[in-house]
Design a protein around this ligand. Structure first.
Ligand code: FAD
Length: 448
């Protein structure tokens, strides 16, 4: 192929991974990254831990600095440049730059625009005291506010991972911290049993739970935020809205580029859109659930990084496939590790009429070995063929990464009889002789 011009919209996980691959494989091609902010390639996943103070320096969250991107990777980086229009037919972008609006021509385009915070029908505007957490700039705003205003009482609205992590962050900083959530259980991604364990741990750590509260609006008034529900007004010094994310694809809604679930960009296994020279990767894209084979929207970092990597290779002429995901995720709330993979019970029942769910708890280490704890396991299984369809864990931090074994088992469509015979490692400091995976298989066999 002759020298090509590759334009990339978005300079974080997916965009930078792709740009790096393009320059690695085709050093003489242009790889131009337009990033609307001033940061690139940062660990969004580390932001809650920086706010809590566990990671003291914001700079430690930056994986690749602009200098490294430009000087070592030879990426043409355009910071503070917002792409405002995409013309797929003419192969052109309109870009607002600090020097004015420009038209940029491309041979290949990668869309890697990530997410925007979801507001769940709550009326609010971001103010000095009402935050969302999406970028390093949001992180800086929250920390500056805490340092300058010395707030005492805050609320986190939401019930998913980011809400859980931010409750720890604010409580860890000594604030009176409230959770406000519209359901009695946390987000649906957690099975009820796991949600209950997390809520109990929250109470143990002093979080005040305001559950079943449907919020109508947030107002900033007299140096406070009023959280208005149907029945009451509650006052806080500041509020973080963490009610989930949507794909950031407004830029594309007027174009013929096809969108799918939640308006995420539809891509094939090679990460091409309905234009074969336009690719999309990361949190802005739809993917496939590996169990159901149906479209899914799963905005998580491993998917974004791998899709960016693969899209970069394919733009250069490769033919690598990204098969899809299981929604495998792990987080923590203080000393409680929380992990999940595969289908929830609700999703599994729609997919397989013979779904059964069972729960058990085991020790995370041999019972005589110091330092272990209770590891709680939820298994979703098909009684028809004994396949594990989903698994969730809550227990000591060093025990819940076992979720990755469940992920491998589910990906490989293994039935409990085969899982039971897997040659898994054992030693007392790490697990009992039958660890949670072997136990899950042993218990699952009873349903066959
Ligand atoms: C607080 C928090 C904690 C998280 N923790 C975890 C975790 O523990 N594990 C996990 O797997 N995932 C986690 N995630 C999710 C993870 O950060 C994302 O999956 C990942 O960052 C997605 O990368 P991306 O490149 O697709 O999108 P993004 O990181 O959203 O990057 C998109 C980039 O595009 C830029 N952009 C958007 N529109 C335009 C435009 N029109 N013009 C120019 N630039 C544009 C944006 O400024 C942004 O820099 C967390 C996210 C948050 C917010």
């Amino acid at each position: 192929m002759s020298k090509k011009r590759v334009l990339i919209i978005g300079g974080n996980a997916a965009g930078l991974s792709a740009a790096s691959q393009v320059k690695r494989l085709k050093p003489d091609w242009e790889a131009i990254v337009f990033e609307k902010g001033k940061y690139i390639s940062y660990a969004g996943c580390g932001m809650p831990y920086h706010i809590e103070g566990i990671v003291p320096n914001l700079a430690d969250l930056i994986e690749i600095t602009p200098e490294v991107a430009v000087q070592e990777r030879k990426i043409d980086l355009r910071l503070n440049c917002t792409v405002v229009a995409v013309n797929p037919e003419k192969k052109e972008l309109r870009v607002n730059t600090p020097a004015g609006t420009r038209t940029e021509r491309f041979d290949f385009l990668l869309i890697a625009t990530g997410t925007v915070p979801m507001t769940e029908g709550i009326r609010f505007e971001k103010t000095k005291r009402i935050f969302t957490l999406k970028s390093l700039s949001d992180t800086e705003d929250i920390l500056r506010f805490i340092d300058e205003e010395k707030p005492q009482k805050c609320a986190v609205i939401g019930g998913g991972y980011i809400a859980v992590e931010m409750l720890e962050a604010f409580r860890g900083r000594g604030l009176e911290t409230h959770l406000i959530h519209r359901r009695n259980d946390l987000a649906k991604t957690f099975e009820k049993e796991i949600s209950t364990i997390i809520k109990n741990k929250m109470q143990e750590k002093g979080i005040i739970l305001n559950l079943n509260k449907s919020i109508e609006e947030l107002l900033e008034k007299d140096n406070h935020v009023i959280v208005r529900t149907a029945t009451e007004d509650i006052r806080y010094d500041f509020v973080l809205v963490a009610t989930g994310v949507n794909p950031n694809t407004e830029l594309l809604t007027e174009t013929p580029i096809q969108l799918g679930i939640k308006n995420a960009v539809k891509v094939n296994k090679f990460l091409q859109t309905n234009y074969d020279y336009i690719y999309a990767a990361g949190d802005c894209t739809e993917t496939i659930n590996l169990i159901t084979g149906k479209p899914a929207y799963v905005p998580l970092a491993p998917k974004a990084n791998k899709e960016g990597f693969i899209a970069g290779i394919n733009i250069c002429g490769g033919k690598e496939e990204f098969p899809g995901v299981l929604e495998t995720a792990v987080t923590k709330f203080f000393d409680l590790g929380i992990a999940r993979t595969g289908l929830s019970l609700e999703a599994a029942e729609k997919h397989d009429q013979s779904t059964v769910k069972f729960t058990f708890s085991s020790r995370s280490r041999a019972k005589y070995f110091p330092g272990g704890g209770k590891l709680n396991t939820v298994i979703i299984m098909s009684k028809t063929d004994g396949r594990i369809l989903g698994a969730q864990l809550a227990g000591p931090l060093d025990s819940v990464k076992k979720i990755d074994v469940f992920s491998a088992v589910i990906t490989n469509r293994m039935a409990v009889n085969d899982v039971f015979k897997l040659d898994l490692a054992y030693s007392p400091p790490f697990s009992p002789v039958f660890d949670t995976v072997t136990l899950a298989a042993r218990l699952g066999r009873k349903y066959l």
